[in-house]
Ligand binder design. Structure first.
Ligand code: FDA
Length: 394
């Protein structure tokens, strides 16, 4: 005899737990399955252990999707303020770090404890270390074969996340289930991920490993102003992670270092007042010293005096720093990517409920859907909002 449930949710991550809470509150009999030993592992490691749990400015423009309108309904019905109110009801101390990013003061584990407490209050059951070997649709229900027996449910919610960080249990199961039921999947790729450089570029930039600078990273129309970090593998730091979601293989990105200042004007001013300074010394007043040396060397101006530079040479030097063009060789891939771009095609889903249009009772929420947020708490906001939306309907 199969075990019977109203709702089975695959994945005890951010989206799955939120959906379980909301469905449980409506009196549904809810079971959450996860193959991991502990729930919410990505929440635990997020935000450097402090979980950037939302962004107070989150809106549709902060998300990438083949259909940018899809996320609007869910985001409007469950807002950052709603999650913040939940956090405050549980007495979790928080702070805004920068750019609307809200973090726990103490630990991301506070968020996991809060979600588990809410699940318990709502009567939702959590079953860990459960492997799912098959999913089938039976008459007006779904049947799951698991290592704890066969389970039948009227509604099946797939909240098993994306492909990023396979070491932490990411499997891509959601895409397999979508395909099994004939739903399209938008091509997936690692996003919010460091970009790599080829060997020749790495050798040229070897002395810069570990240097960070304020920059605007640009790819096409997308531009992000935050720190850039040069590493021994390539480029990292928040501005690079952000632009990685837009970048495509074979293309160049442009970095504007020190975007608030006009380097050419400053150098012209210094040429008048400190003309006897060497170029790399003058640049070191503007840029981290190793970058100053690098750009002076690149321009073959090391040791030359500022007074000897023409306007044209100053303009060229400034352009090399403020329109620094680099061609990444690739990305570090799913091993380190924070999220997966692409996923279950939103055209196959109802934007109000997350239900598959052609398969009544089947829902997809969270990262497995083709809605990907910027860095900065947006991805959790999508997980909460899409989980909430499905939780009202299952
Ligand atoms: P999530 O991946 O959280 O959960 C999926 C669950 O399904 C997991 O518990 C997994 O074990 C389970 N599962 C997978 N396959 C299964 C299978 N075959 N059978 C059974 N169970 C299965 N975002 C943000 O907004 N702020 C932040 O601070 C960060 N920081 C951050 C740091 C790092 C290092 C990473 C990798 C990611 C972030 N993110 C983030 C992104 C954020 O973690 C991510 O968007 C959400 O966790 C997605 O939530 P989901 O519930 O959709 O999937």
């Amino acid at each position: 005899m199969a075990e019977k449930q109203d709702v089975v949710i695959i994945g005890a991550g951010a989206a799955g737990m939120m959906c379980a809470i909301e469905a449980g509150k409506r009196g549904r009999r809810v079971l959450v399955l996860d193959h991991a030993k502990t729930p919410g592992e990505k929440i635990r490691i997020s935000g450097g252990g402090r979980c950037n749990f939302t962004n107070i400015h989150a809106g549709p423009r902060n998300f990438l999707s083949d259909n940018p309108h899809f996320c609007k309904s869910a985001l409007a019905r469950y807002r950052p303020q709603d999650f913040l109110a939940l956090v405050e009801r549980h007495g979790i101390a928080w702070h805004e770090k920068t750019l609307g990013q809200l973090f726990c003061d103490h630990s991301a584990k506070d968020i996991i404890r809060m979600l588990l407490a809410e699940m318990e209050k709502a009567g939702a059951e959590l079953r860990l270390e459960t492997a799912i070997s098959a999913v089938e649709s039976a008459e007006s229900s779904f049947r799951l074969a698991t290592n704890s027996g066969t389970i039948e449910a009227t509604s099946l919610v797939v909240a098993s996340g994306g492909k990023s960080i396979p070491k932490m249990g990411a499997t891509g199961l959601a895409y397999k289930i979508a395909e099994q039921f004939g739903l399209p999947v938008v091509e997936t790729r690692p996003a919010l991920v460091p970009l790599t450089l080829d060997q020749a570029q790495l050798e040229k930039l070897a002395a810069l490993a570990g240097v960070a600078a304020d920059a605007e990273a640009r790819f096409g129309k997308a531009a992000f102003r935050e720190a850039v970090l040069l590493t021994h593998r390539g480029l990292s730091g928040p501005a690079i992670l952000q632009i990685s979601s837009y970048w495509r293989e074979g293309a160049e990105i442009v970095l504007r270092l020190m975007p608030d200042i006009d380097i050419a004007s400053i150098l012209r001013g210094m040429r008048r007042t400190n003309g006897r300074h060497a170029v790399q010394t003058a640049l070191a007043d503007i840029l981290p010293r190793r970058l100053a040396q690098f750009f002076a060397e690149e321009a073959k101006l090391t040791g030359r005096l500022l007074a000897d530079l023409s306007d044209k040479a100053i303009d060229a030097l400034s352009t090399s720093i403020q329109a620094w063009t680099l061609k990444p060789a690739g990305s570090e891939g799913y091993r380190t990517a924070e999220v997966t771009l692409g996923g279950v095609d939103t055209r196959a889903l109802d934007s109000r409920t997350m239900q598959a249009r052609s398969i009544p009772g089947l829902y997809f929420i969270g990262e497995c859907v083709d809605v990907t947020g910027w860095l900065g708490g947006y991805n959790f906001q999508w997980a909460w909002a899409s989980g909430f939306a499905a939780g009202q309907d299952v």
